[in-house]
Design a binder for this molecule. Structure first.
Ligand code: NAP
Length: 268
């Protein structure tokens, strides 16, 4: 399958690099175009992907066209490529944050087979949690094809479009929350005399192991918490302290406020 990427920056770049690294698609089947021609040619040379001279060339060669530019650039870009998309009929995949499929269809003036995805930054290390959903012209085969590519850069989750903002809060924003948690653990250790860098490494390893254990065990997080709390021990002391300082309530509020902010930003 031939994949075209309009925009080849942080996210689109992470996706096609991940797809190539995982072996899900050969580099010579990836077509790219971006504004900066010298960066584009450098990427093509380094990765073996095809550097395109025009949107037309990219669309004509692609079974799937990924839109990897910032949302603000969509109106101008879609105006330029809509006729070619309507003629060639590739599957269109948008990764634009906060941009609904309806708004893309409105800008195009027709209804392509369209899939919306929401990857997160961990795509760079093939560990993205990525949401996807399709419009009524996207077949189950289309969804499966895209899901397979997304699984090459992490794990794909089919999420209804009206839950994309919630997904973004718990998968797109949460890396920042987790980094704060790791840093907070290390600060605690630093306060008690441990070297900060060593404490950060230890905290990050503990978070990674706990996440892997949750996924492997199939147990509810509350059961896993109970398993590590011995009666009258140190862990339950810390757990109760986190409750006292409203850890859960703070995280729940952070998710809610991220979703509220998403709605505010997308009204502008
Ligand atoms: N970064 C994230 O964590 C993340 C997460 C989820 C979703 N997203 C979404 O991913 C999309 C890209 O974000 P990003 O962070 O990857 O931004 P980015 O690093 O700035 O990349 C944007 C890319 O678009 C290219 N571009 C801009 N206008 C173009 C045009 N008219 N024609 C062709 N290429 C054009 C840029 O080219 P030049 O650099 O050559 O100018 C650049 O390669 C956004 O819609 C964003 O909402 C990002």
């Amino acid at each position: 399958m031939k994949l075209g990427f309009i925009g080849a920056g942080n996210m689109a770049g992470a996706i096609f690099k991940g797809i190539i690294a995982s072996g899900a698609e050969k580099a010579q089947n990836i077509y790219i175009i971006r504004n900066n021609r010298s960066l584009q040619d450098k990427q093509a040379e380094e990765l073996g992907v095809v550097s395109c001279d025009s949107y037309d060339e990219l669309i004509e060669n692609s079974d799937i066209v990924f839109l990897g530019i910032k949302p603000a650039g969509f109106p101008a870009l879609l105006e330029q490529i809509k006729d070619k998309l309507e003629m060639h009929k590739p599957l269109v995949v948008s990764m634009a944050a906060g941009m609904s499929m309806q708004s893309i269809q409105d800008m195009l003036g027709f209804k392509p087979s369209l899939i919306r995805i929401m990857p997160n930054i961990n795509a760079e290390i093939l560990m993205s949690a990525t949401a996807y959903c399709g419009n009524s012209n996207a077949s189950s085969e289309h969804l499966d094809i895209v899901k397979n590519y997304l699984n090459a850069i992490g794990t794909a989750y089919e999420v209804p479009e009206d839950k994309f903002a919630v997904f973004t809060a718990i998968a797109g924003c949460s890396p920042a929350y987790v980094y704060m948690f790791i840093d907070a653990l290390a600060k605690g250790a630093l306060k008690l005399g441990m070297n900060k860098q060593q404490a950060l490494d230890i905290a990050a390893q503990a978070v990674m192991g706990s996440s892997a254990m949750y996924k492997k065990s199939g147990l509810h997080p509350a059961e896993l918490t109970d398993k590590v709390c011995s009666p009258g021990g140190t862990t339950i002391e810390g757990v109760c302290t986190l409750d006292e300082y409203k850890f859960t309530a703070g995280v729940v509020k952070a998710v809610e406020n991220s979703v509220i902010k998403d709605a505010l930003l997308n009204k502008k």
